[in-house]
Design a protein around this ligand. Structure first.
Ligand code: TPP
Length: 582
């Protein structure tokens, strides 16, 4: 045993390795991404990015069916995509242990919505464990594999951003090698046609009943008796906040969140004068206690966003922890596309055309913000193409409708949308932003970029051939840094009576190893027209006289600003060149 500092995500990976997992598979999504990026560094584990969470869950299901332990990772919204798999895997049960690592994002630091995965566990009838720090993250993952095999069910380990990303000390152990048994076919358990599924449905209930009995004494559920005048039922990160804000309160810390230990909850109630629940997001524990007829202190804590020790202290009239005053008058720093981002070229063109842009999720969603303001909708991964088809069906717009989707997002869930368009005779225009990476979540490889988890080369799909095979009548490739050519292709394709795909192909500026020389503004020639500033490049701003100025340390020489300047006021300079009067 040795102690080391690990983030929650790193600890999950360590726990999976110690538990002897054979395969880790998932799809990136903040705050879950680092689990597989960490697990891939261990020996004896095969790790893969799947094109989406459903495929990942299916791969994991196959590994389990083959008798080996497997971890499948995703963010909360990813479980919606994988839910079809999980809900029936609950019926089949497992052979090798099957654990879902699902990371929720209360407060939506990096997500399009706020979901509480505890509800999925209850609805799918699968156990869910929720750690409160990195040590528990490691231990709960090991427990999850044990529970999965002992109770013949997939298990969810739920993290939240603070647990995933905070680092705490962890005692690490060694790997237990799990020897898989040879495969034995068992169709009544694994072929979920109605006759078999009805029996497995009943079996699932008896497995959950057995688990409920286990929950009553499970080490993951812990009573900490202190002052009996106030008892708190809590779980996950909320437990840490309770300990900080209400150090004297007695606590029932729930680690196995589904199924809940009813007798333990009632027993704890009888040992304290007043009982309250402190939980982040939905009133999950609260509703269960209310269903048990327990009277609860109304804390008034929000069910939206993240909790904090401060909010808890205020809710209980306790001592408010000292905090630093916010620094006054800090300028706002809205997120922007990076200097040299190829996405900017497409959105510049779409804005010029006054297109209705049905967007999708990725770095390019930032084009919705000023100054580009070139996106009209963004709902969930892959939604752009189907929604653009819907807009086309309504036909109410007097402006062209264009779907815009990133390469990773297209592989995730755009392909079927395009197939639908082709199948239904759509004449829409779809732009695939192929920046050769999954940029938004930290540059993971994907089937379009042809880079495997861990960085090795992998077979890449031929995007042009794929779009053609799906039924696009025209597939054009453009360099989005070439603004005029890109605009010309966009204008031409939206005017056609057929389904078009435009592939905007240029690597993300952050993966380009060698950049071109930067540009600078010639003060004399600058007319203050602001055309370059309206590109929204962080390297370009106004000086105190209202003229454009380029920060040459940020500029990567993409030349988009040069192309929009009608006064030849932007010139290339060497990296170490003193631009002097220029
Ligand atoms: C179902 C689901 N899984 C994962 C995510 C996290 N996520 C948001 S955008 C994105 C992919 C972005 O890559 P890409 O489409 O290539 O666009 P880029 O960021 O490179 O511009 C991912 C993985 C999510 N929002 N929803």
């Amino acid at each position: 045993m040795s102690r080391t500092l690990l983030s929650g995500n790193e600890a999950v990976a360590r726990g999976a390795w110690e538990a002897g997992v054979a395969v880790g598979v998932g799809y990136p999504g903040t705050p879950s991404t680092e689990v597989l990026e960490s697990l891939v560094r261990y020996d004896s584990v095969r790790c893969e990015w799947a094109p989406n969470e459903k495929v990942a869950a299916e791969v994991a299901g196959g590994v389990s069916l083959g008798g080996r332990r497997t971890l499948v990772t995703m963010k909360h919204v990813g479980l919606n995509v994988a839910a079809d798999v999980l809900y029936t895997q609950a019926y089949t049960g497992v052979t090798g242990g099957l654990v879902y690592l699902v990371a929720d994002d209360p407060g939506m630091h990096s997500s399009q919505n706020e979901q509480d995965t505890r509800n999925h566990a209850a609805a799918a009838h699968v156990p869910l464990l929720e750690p409160s720090d990195s040590q528990e993250a490691l231990e709960y993952v090991i427990s999850a594999f044990r529970i999965s095999e002992a109770y013949d069910v997939p298990v969810i380990v739920r993290m939240t951003t603070r647990i995933s990303h905070a680092k705490t000390l962890v005692e690490v152990g060694e790997r237990s090698e799990m020897v898989g048994s040879s495969y034995a076919s068992h169709p009544p358990k694994f072929v979920m046609m109605p006759g078999n599924a009805r029996l497995r449905r009943i079996d699932l209930e008896s497995r959950m009943t057995a688990l409920q009995a286990y929950a009553e004494t499970a080490s993951e559920n812990r009573v900490e008796m202190r002052d009996a005048s106030l008892g708190i039922v809590t779980s996950g990160i909320a437990y840490q906040y309770v300990r900080e804000a209400l150090p004297d309160a007695s606590v029932l810390k729930i680690g196995l969140v589904n199924p809940l230990p009813d007798r333990l909850l009632l027993d704890f109630r009888s040992r304290v004068e007043r009982l309250a629940v402190v939980e982040e997001l939905d009133p999950y524990l609260t509703l269960r206690l209310k269903a048990l007829g327990v009277d609860l202190v109304d804390t008034g804590l929000p069910t939206i966003g993240e909790l904090s020790p401060m909010a808890i202290a205020v809710a209980f009239g306790g001592e408010v922890p000292a905090t630093r005053e916010p620094i006054p008058d800090l300028p706002p720093r809205p997120p922007l596309l990076c200097p040299g981002c190829p996405h900017r070229g497409i959105f510049h063109g779409l804005a010029k055309m006054r297109a209705i842009v049905i967007g999708d999720i990725g770095c390019y969603t930032l084009a919705a913000l000023p100054p580009l303001k070139a996106m009209d909708s963004c709902v969930c991964m892959g939604a752009s193409i189907g929604m653009a088809r819907g807009m086309e069906l309504v036909g109410s717009a007097d402006r062209p409708v264009v779907a815009v989707i990133g390469d990773s997002t297209f592989a995730h869930s755009g392909i079927t949308g395009l197939l639908h368009m082709a199948y239904t005779g759509s004449c829409a225009t779809v732009v695939v932003l192929d920046n050769r990476t999954t940029a938004m979540t930290g540059h993971q490889g994907n089937p379009v970029s042809g880079v495997a988890l861990g960085g090795d080369p992998a077979p890449a799909v031929d995007l042009e051939a794929l779009c053609g095979a799906l039924g696009a009548a025209s597939v054009r490739v453009v360099d989005p840094h070439d603004l005029d050519a890109t605009l010309a292709v966009l204008k031409h394709e939206v005017a056609q009576d057929h389904l078009s795909v435009i592939i905007a192909k240029a690597p993300c500026a952050l993966i380009v190893k060698e950049h071109k020389d930067p540009f600078a503004v010639d003060e004399e020639s600058c007319t203050k027209c602001g055309a370059c500033v309206r590109l929204g490049c962080p390297a370009i701003s106004y000086d105190e006289n209202g003229r454009a100025v380029i920060d040459t340390t940020l500029c990567v020489g993409c030349s988009q600003c040069v192309q929009v300047c009608r006064f030849d006021a932007i010139v290339q300079v060497g990296p170490s060149c003193d631009i002097g009067g220029v």
